[in-house]
Design a protein around this ligand. Sequence first.
Ligand code: SF4
Ligand code: FES
Length: 221
Amino acid sequence: MGENYTGTADDRRYSSEAVDVTYNLKRCIHAAECVSRLNEVFDIQKRPWIQPGNSTADAVVETVSLCPSGALHTERNDGGAGETVPGENVIIVHEDSYYQFTGDIDLHGSNVAIEQEVRAALCRCGLSENKPFCDNSHKKDFVAPAAMVEMGGGKTAETGGKLLVTVHENGSIEVNGNFELRDAQGNTIHHGSNTWLCRCGQSSKKPFCDGTHKRVGFVAP
Ligand code: SF4
Ligand code: FES
């Protein structure tokens, strides 16, 4: 793949002369950004459901860049501009829902190894069958505000540079690198350069890990 994404074995490729689209079904959270924004290309009534040649490559790249889960990526064949790596790292903590990462991300650890990523929806309820990614299992009964704990000021106001996201087996998501945590309304929860985010869903200091995963025997291979 291109500079913004190094790909996984599960990705399925849909080609056209100007641009290829890859799709990872297991990472799709069915937010439907793609089908609602560019239905001539993304149409679940058609086979194949992705037909990148039905619009301009620029429109395909723009739409794919809005996919919150990282299930979709593009690769230009015509020399045009692909999706750029964001200059800031942002983690949106969705209420009762998932972590939405955007940035210059290296995502690795338990059950994942993606050296270069720009978007990812990661589980924070502990129930996903496709950990560390979200699979919408939070919709069953996960209740969690964006932030139970206000951490106060941060260590840094910087938000750029490489973001190392390490998924710990049976534990939290460790984040190293400059980043900003926000709620879905855009309010800043925390600025920092390293933290541990809860992914067992049971911390009393959400979105931060407080060690509860050990007490409750959280199992996440
Ligand atoms: S925008 Fe991404 S997450 Fe949403 S339905 Fe399309 S592929 Fe799935
Ligand atoms: S991952 Fe939830 S408390 Fe550590």
